[in-house]
Design a protein around this ligand. Structure first.
Ligand SMILES: [Zn+2]
Length: 251
């Protein structure tokens, strides 16, 4: 992942998605917004204690910078479960943690502050998916559920999928107790550290996704507090970053 400077903001991009002319995508950082501490400064999440007008201005800046119409946003009301929804129109989708689509009419989104944003792209069927995987979603194999949903709706073959992991809490920093570690096998843990990147990668490989088609940004939200919001690092009171993914209307 690289960060493209757009006006006062930085937009996280994956090279192969950035170069693909039928796609638009991006990942926000915490730089360039107007929110005060502890939401400083580009907080995009309404489900925080931040001032409403600040969030609106931050969103305006982000969507202006990436030139994506915010009216087309499909927003899953994330509950850290494993439900994936196929969406054809913008709106808020309750009790959903991942979205898939093959239309140009919507912009998929997820909001994170340590959870792993996963972009899925099927170039053969022109279909995309965007999920967020924290430890709960990962334990419920949400990445596998997204692949299955794309297979069901779009006839996606896992071996054609291109996968991109955005910034999240890394295995360097994700200390977990027995309440969390009991949901994972020993290979997912290094001592008391949970590796969301390895867990989700392994789940995707198990589904038939090629290992060399999974690109992991390896950016830890806890290690880079100047760039990213981190739920863990802040003790729970912080802003949200947003990942967006859409198929462009090229006709
Ligand atoms: Zn770290």
């Amino acid at each position: 992942m690289f960060f493209e400077k757009k006006e006062n903001l930085f937009v996280g991009r994956f090279g192969p998605l950035f170069r693909n002319r039928i796609l638009d995508h991006g990942f926000s950082t915490r730089k360039g917004g107007i929110s005060g501490s502890p939401y400083d400064s580009l907080n995009l999440g309404y489900q925080t204690g931040d001032v409403q007008q600040h969030i609106e201005e931050n969103r305006k800046r982000f969507f202006h910078a990436i030139k994506i119409p915010s009216e087309q946003l499909a927003i899953p009301e994330q509950i850290h479960d494993g439900k994936i929804l196929n969406v054809n129109n913008p709106g808020n989708f309750p009790e959903t943690d991942g979205l898939i689509t093959n239309t140009t009419e919507v912009v998929l989104s997820v909001q994170t502050a340590d959870c792993l944003p996963v972009f899925l792209f099927d170039p053969v069927h022109r279909a995309i998916g965007l999920i967020h995987a924290g430890w709960r979603g990962t334990s419920k194999k949400i990445a596998q559920k997204a692949v299955l949903a794309m297979t069901d709706y779009f006839h996606t073959k896992p071996e054609n999928l291109q996968i991109f992991f955005g910034p999240s809490i890394g295995p360097c920093c994700y200390t977990v107790g027995p309440d969390v570690s009991r949901y994972f096998s020993e290979t997912a843990l290094a001592g008391n550290k949970l590796d969301l990147w390895a867990c989700n990668r392994d789940q995707l490989i198990e589904m038939g996704v090629s290992a060399n088609r999974i690109i992991i940004s390896r950016l830890c939200t806890v290690c880079h507090p100047e760039w990213f919001f981190s739920h863990r690092q802040s003790g729970g009171k912080t802003g949200r970053m947003m990942a967006v993914f859409t198929i462009k209307n090229t006709t």
